[in-house]
Design a protein around this ligand. Structure first.
Ligand SMILES: [Zn+2]
Length: 738
């Protein structure tokens, strides 16, 4: 029962529903109520008496892979299954995970928790680099499987499971799960007839990718349909390999597209391109080739190989109708989708400066001028936009810093974990520790990237002293000259340290102090343990390193308006207002705009100060606040965001700022109506009602309590405006003029 409960509570919230419409949340909330019924089903399943296929039906929904889809291949099918069925496969998968590490070779990096799919990329990248650097002989074969899972021969799967030593009962369970499912295709909400013989894909995926293992004896890397085989240069051996591959095709039902597969030859093998390509029926490929979408080469990949990243970036941008999005919408899209596009490459290679610049250029163009070709004014510098919000920026992701952090993750793993890819320690470190090595000519691109971020990563962590072999005495944070480890310093008494200059005075006292402390340190057994200081649990996270790097040397200044419950575009408007870059006519004139500088409401010149505070329209707005609530108006923008707000009790501040924001926004919209639409209206009343309207709209985003306070405020303001413009307004008018 605990096992089932665990599986159910592992399921994520908010996922798309299966055809029966019961989400995982249902099973979690009503667990107590349904657990006995569910367990009865599990008992039947255990005895293989449960007709599980009756639950195993799914809906395939087609998601377009690109804009303007014309062909069926351009859709990505997503299959939604019932949670009632997923519970069973989840429990089985959990059990499988217990033994997975034993059954599955470490070269399979995908689909197992704790193994990153990019680890395979590291191994491949480093192997290619090593083959070239050491002038080794070898053949690399990149196999292309025809649609990997839907072709698997299930009896082959059963056979594999049996040979791996799974019990017959277990094999029957698997059979129940993978067989007789059905699926319907959903097109515009119509679900087609349920077709039979659907295989539970996600489960199938895992099992199938695990069953690739028979190619032992050759170095292999698999990721679903991307499989790479390494072998020594040996034509006889190659014939055997071909034979094994053909046998594998026959047994498994999978088909290898040899004409789409590629060969890469190194060393002496390079003299036999014809022999190898005839043998395998595939061509000698050109470098770099793509593995999991990442270009692979034995040398540094060229800037032109980053074109694909730039291209995808640009394509994505042009598919969004930037013009139809608010600045807030563009900001969100930029941070969530756009910025994450190159992340796959970024988490592996250090991006060249030129590429970063280009991507920033695209993003900046998208943010400021949407998709239009007409140049628009950029109101703030890009580097200000990409600083975090709490130090005065807009919080657009800084790609360069993000790149560093993603690479930092590898270093942390190298310092703290063991695994297949960590074998590259042998290649670069020999007997030294990571802390002692630095970049050398001829290192692979991946490694160079790591070395570039090394110092920064080490500066955010600390070592727990064990045997003292990793920790540099001076540089690392236990207690600074180069490359002396703690264990060599402490191996002799008196301490094995010499100074270039003699220590005198305070420094000498400090030194003695240090010596006495060091003398108390007892070195333990085992490796020094590296822990990450930016997270409480001591483990690395990209986000913690990112915020530490972007905030370096900046004292955080809290801008209250980022916490307001208002649409993001309003926050951006407030940010522009605060920075004094809202495009009032004086700001336009600074940008070579030639036009009438007069305020739309009066004869004075339009500036931010005039429009929002000094103009009679603005004064009316602020005075009505004074009359309704007794709140003294702010004198200028900086006061509004600063000392003015501080006068109020903190629980009221956000509501007052929200009100002020709504009124400024209303002034700005009415001003734009006048400027662009030549709209003449009863400005006072219109601005007030506009402001009240926005407060009500935004209040919907607030908590119930705040909503009430805001609504009360709106009613008060409304009453005042009606009174003023009604027959009884003379008194209020008198009060305002006075
Ligand atoms: Zn004016």
């Amino acid at each position: 029962m605990e096992e089932v409960r665990h599986a159910i509570f592992q399921m994520k919230h908010n996922k798309a529903l299966g055809p029966d419409g019961f989400p995982a949340e249902f099973y979690q909330v009503f667990w107590e109520l349904i657990k006995n019924d569910l367990m009865a089903m599990f008992r039947e399943f255990y005895d293989c008496k449960l007709p599980l296929y009756s639950l195993n039906f799914g809906i395939i929904t087609l998601l377009p892979k690109q804009k303007e889809v014309k062909q069926i291949q351009q859709y990505r099918p997503i299959c939604l299954l019932n949670v009632s069925f997923k519970v069973f496969s989840k429990v089985i998968a959990n059990r499988l995970c217990l033994v997975a590490k034993k059954v599955i070779r470490p070269s399979q990096t995908a689909f197992l928790s704790g193994r990153n799919i990019l680890e395979g990329v590291v191994v491949l990248h480093e192997t290619l680099h090593e083959l070239r650097k050491k002038k080794l002989n070898g053949v690399v074969l990149k196999l292309d499987f025809e649609k990997a899972y839907d072709k698997v021969n299930w009896s082959f799967l059963q056979q594999t499971l049996r040979m791996k030593g799974f019990s017959p009962l277990w094999c029957r369970w698997i059979e129940q799960i993978v067989s007789k499912g059905s699926v319907g295709v959903k097109v515009n909400d119509d679900i087609g007839k349920y077709a039979c013989c659907f295989v539970n894909k996600s489960k199938g995926e895992q099992l199938v990718s695990w069953s690739y293992t028979p190619f032992s004896g050759w170095g292999t890397l698999h990721f679903t349909d991307d499989t790479i085989l390494f072998m020594e240069h040996d034509l006889e051996e190659a014939k055997n390999l071909k034979l094994v591959l053909c046998a594998f095709e026959q047994l498994s039902g999978l088909k290898i597209n040899f004409h789409k597969s590629e060969l890469f030859l190194y060393g002496e093998a390079q003299s036999f391109p014809k022999e190898y390509s005839e043998l395998f029926g595939c061509n000698v490929g050109s470098l770099p080739f793509r593995y999991l979408g990442i270009p692979m080469h034995h040398r540094k990949i060229a800037n032109k190989d980053w074109f694909s990243v730039e291209e995808r970036f640009q394509k994505k941008l042009s598919s969004w109708k930037g013009k139809l999005l608010s600045s807030g919408g563009r900001l969100v899209l930029m941070n969530s989708v756009l910025s994450s596009l190159p992340m796959f490459m970024f988490s592996f290679f250090e991006a060249p400066k030129g590429v970063l610049k280009k991507l920033d250029y695209y993003r900046s163009r998208f943010f400021w001028q949407c998709d239009e070709h007409k140049k628009k004014y950029r109101l703030a510098k890009w580097n200000i936009l990409s600083t975090p919000r709490d130090i005065g920026g807009l919080g657009i992701l800084n790609l360069e810093v993000q790149n560093k952090c993603l690479l930092g993750k590898w270093l942390f793993k190298l310092l703290t974990e063991d695994g297949l890819w960590q074998d590259l320690r042998k290649k670069y470190l020999h007997s030294k520790a990571i802390t002692h090595v630095s970049k050398q000519s001829g290192d692979s691109q991946f490694w160079v990237g790591l070395m570039h971020v090394k110092e920064q990563v080490l500066s955010f962590g600390s070592f727990k002293l064990q045997n003292g072999k990793q920790i540099r005495f001076w540089e690392d944070r236990v207690v600074r000259r180069k490359y002396v480890t703690v264990d060599t310093v402490l191996s002799t008494v008196p301490l094995n340290v010499s100074f270039r200059r003699a220590l005198i005075g305070e420094k000498l006292i400090a030194w003695h102090d240090l010596v006495s402390k060091v003398a108390l340190v007892v070195l333990g057994e085992g490796k020094d343990i590296f822990t990450w200081n930016l997270n409480k649990n001591g483990s690395f996270s990209v986000s913690s390193m990112y915020s530490a790097l972007v905030q370096e040397g900046c004292a955080p200044r809290k801008n209250l308006f980022w916490a307001l419950k208002v649409p993001l575009k309003i926050k951006i408007f407030l940010w522009f207002l605060k920075r004094g870059v809202v495009l009032t006519k004086d700001n336009l004139a600074k940008r070579q705009w030639k036009g009438n500088l007069k305020c739309s409401f009066c004869n004075a010149n339009e500036t931010i100060q005039h429009l929002f505070f000094d103009c009679h329209v603005a004064r009316f707005v602020w005075n009505s606040i004074f009359i309704s609530f007794g709140i003294q108006p702010p004198k200028n923008v900086s006061q509004m965001f600063g000392s003015w707000l501080k006068r109020f009790p903190s629980r009221l501040r956000t509501k007052i700022l929200l009100g002020a924001a709504a009124l400024c926004w209303a002034i700005w919209l009415s001003r734009n109506d006048m400027v662009f639409n030549r709209f003449l209206s009863n400005s006072f009343k219109e601005i007030m009602f506009r402001g009240i309207y926005w407060i009500r709209c935004w209040a919907k985003l607030s908590t119930e309590d705040d909503k009430e306070i805001l609504e009360a405020g709106c009613r008060k303001l409304e009453a005042f405006v009606l009174e003023f413009f009604g027959g009884f307004g003379w008194r209020a008018r008198y009060r305002i003029d006075g």
